[in-house]
Design a protein around this ligand. Structure first.
Ligand SMILES: [Zn+2]
Length: 103
């Protein structure tokens, strides 16, 4: 990992900016990483991030990645994320709010 990216990853981890959102009773999970440029939506399977870097990595046929995904994988493994619980009925309004914030 490049040093500049490594620093970004570490500072994001330090800010505890990784959130797991669980919808009940379906247990549907959504992850967000609050990056320097706003919230980003992360999906694990298939692997996805809503940021521009990830989008361009797809176009370039590089390994699909961005620093949010690196942050996400470390945070999940070390359990340094915060978890929020919602009702399934709230899923739609949650997604609407999230996509309003995405740039
Ligand atoms: Zn990203």
């Amino acid at each position: 990992m490049k040093k500049r990216i490594m620093n970004k990853v570490l500072s994001t981890l330090n800010r505890k900016a990784i959130r797991r959102h669980v919808f009940l009773p379906s247990k549907r999970e959504i992850w967000t990483v609050i990056g320097e440029e706003g919230d980003n939506l992360i999906c694990e399977n298939p692997i996805f991030c809503s940021c521009k870097d990830f989008y361009f990595s797809l176009l370039k046929k590089n390994k699909k990645s961005c620093y949010h995904l690196k942050v996400f994988l470390i945070a999940k493994k070390q359990k340094i994320h915060s978890t929020f619980y919602y009702k399934d009925e709230e899923f739609e309004s949650f997604m609407n709010l999230l996509f309003k914030d995405l740039k």
